[in-house]
Write a protein that binds this ligand. Sequence first.
Ligand SMILES: O=P(O)(O)OC[C@H]1O[C@H](OP(=O)(O)OP(=O)(O)O)[C@H](O)[C@@H]1O
Ligand SMILES: Nc1nc2[nH]cnc2c(=O)[nH]1
Ligand SMILES: [Mg+2]
Length: 160
Amino acid sequence: MANRYFTVSWDQLHRDARALAWRLLDKGPFQGVVAITRGGLIPAAIIARELDCRVIETVSVVTYDEESMGKPQVVKAPVAAGDGTGWLLIDDLVDTGTTAKIVRALLPGAHFATIYAKPAAKPLVDSFVTEVSQDTWILFPWDTEVQFVPPIAKGGVTPA
Ligand SMILES: O=P(O)(O)OC[C@H]1O[C@H](OP(=O)(O)OP(=O)(O)O)[C@H](O)[C@@H]1O
Ligand SMILES: Nc1nc2[nH]cnc2c(=O)[nH]1
Ligand SMILES: [Mg+2]
């Protein structure tokens, strides 16, 4: 269970995705990008743009309902990427590695990259940008909105 949050803004996400693209430059060229939906879609779009890659495939694994984990299900398998050789596989993050293990089994030849990684699943990723602790829940900009917080003196709490 997460006991702290790491809030990522659109700006931060864009910067971190571009930092990942820099790391991937000499790992390619790639014939296409496979995005692990849904969280990998926006990172994959940014990285595909930076690497000048026009072909995007998707794979969808349903693992979580909000913050709790259920039985993982592949609801859309990749069609165009063969065993993944020559393809770049992108997700927003790895946490327990459950999603990563399932997708790697489908695409063993792909280069697997995420923007964020937690320690338990770090060994499953070929390239990533930022490590966060296992007890941190990452809040993406598509999961959040900006809202009013009362002043500290009046009971406002700033998340760590
Ligand atoms: O390493 P794991 O413990 O498997 O967790 C990582 C996965 O969890 C999140 O996806 P989620 O299942 O919430 O679906 P979504 O991308 O559709 O939001 C995230 O986008 C990763 O794909
Ligand atoms: N948004 C989000 N989804 C996740 N799925 C597994 N771990 C996480 C996390 O830290 N943040
Ligand atoms: Mg996901």
